[in-house]
Design a protein around this ligand. Structure first.
Ligand SMILES: Cc1cc2nc3c(=O)[nH]c(=O)nc-3n(C[C@H](O)[C@H](O)[C@H](O)COP(=O)(O)OP(=O)(O)OC[C@H]3O[C@@H](n4cnc5c(N)ncnc54)[C@H](O)[C@@H]3O)c2cc1C
Length: 290
């Protein structure tokens, strides 16, 4: 097996152009498991861990740009206040060791329906920056997921970064697993309220072939809040709004029965998480006004 270890981003892109079948390696917390179990035997590995640019983040024009190689540990410590939804999700990933190695770019690369970054990235309206020697390509997050563990990258492309608008309102994340830590989600849900444009973002995890939004639930909630003047008044949420929102989130999912849970349980769990995250987010929204 070839082992290619570029030390600059330009060299990494050149290597990917020369060996499109080379498999990128970031933290290795997904990839090394596959190699160790012989689920995959690539001819070449493209180790990205020496490319410093990939582990940087910055903020400009109201957007956070997170390099694909930023670890969860650093994301939580350095971006916890700026991106609370993504940080909440990152805190539930694996163990401290996994969070030290695992990266946002690796979660996107694997594109598992159960990956925990996806719901908050969907709810926050993220955009993936893909790069190759041919140039940059910006991919809306909901277009990035191409199927079960498949993404929209071309063979010569690498994930450079993900761009996320700075939130103007509260963000929440909820995950159900068979235990409290070191657990792959049975189902997950993320909610973001965007009061600046009076819209709502959602992200469903582990309850469809790909991570996905619940567009009807988003539109319903945004309109219901606007119609009742609740964006401005921040009064208590009527029960009927919470119930309908939960129903529409559940309707957006398409789960399967598998070893971690049944489809019926996942649907029930999603409705519960939708109501809970809405209650938490609304509490945050009302508190922020004080
Ligand atoms: C014990 C354990 C517990 C875990 N718990 C969780 C959990 O709770 N939640 C969760 O979501 N995940 C979990 N995972 C999975 C894993 O930690 C995450 O998916 C992590 O984000 C992967 O990141 P990485 O940097 O280690 O990726 P790697 O393993 O290095 O790579 C993953 C995939 O992404 C590709 N890739 C990496 N970087 C790039 C790039 N820049 N451009 C293009 N492709 C790229 C690789 O080729 C590979 O296909 C767990 C894994 C283990 C071993």
């Amino acid at each position: 097996m070839e082992f290619i270890q570029p030390t600059s981003w330009a060299d990494a892109l050149a290597a990917k152009a020369e060996w499109p079948a080379a498999v990128p390696l970031a933290g290795g917390t997904d990839l090394m498991v596959e190699l160790n179990f012989d689920a995959r035997r690539p001819d070449a590995l493209l180790d990205l861990t020496k490319v410093d640019e990939l582990s940087q983040w910055d903020v400009s024009d109201g957007q956070v740009r997170i390099g694909a190689g930023l670890s969860y540990t650093r994301l939580i410590a350095e971006l916890g206040k700026k991106l609370p939804g993504l940080a909440l999700a990152a805190r539930t990933i694996g163990s401290p060791q996994i969070r030290n190695r695992g990266t946002v770019g690796g979660n996107l690369g694997t594109a598992s329906p159960a990956g925990d970054c996806h719901p908050p990235l969907l709810a926050g309206g993220a955009v993936v920056e893909a790069a190759s020697v041919r140039g940059l390509r910006l991919i809306e997050i909901s277009d990035f997921y191409a199927g079960v563990k498949r993404n929209a990258l071309e063979p010569d492309e690498l994930i450079a970064a993900v761009h996320i608008p700075l939130p103007s309102g509260p963000e929440q994340f909820s995950k159900i697993g068979t235990r409290n830590a070191m657990v792959i989600a049975v189902a997950a849900f993320s909610l973001a309220l965007h009061p600046d444009r009076q819209t709502v973002g959602t992200g469903i995890g582990s309850a469809a072939p790909t991570p996905r939004r619940a567009p009807e639930a988003e539109q319903f909630l945004a309109a219901a809040l606007a119609d009742a003047g609740l964006w401005e008044s921040r009064d208590d949420l009527p029960e009927a709004i919470c119930e309908r929102f939960a129903d529409l989130v559940r309707a957006a999912a398409a789960p399967i029965d598998d070893v971690r849970g049944s489809a019926a349980y996942r649907l029930h769990a999603l409705a519960v998480m939708a109501r809970r995250t809405l209650a938490w987010a609304w509490q945050d929204y009302c508190r922020d006004a004080r």
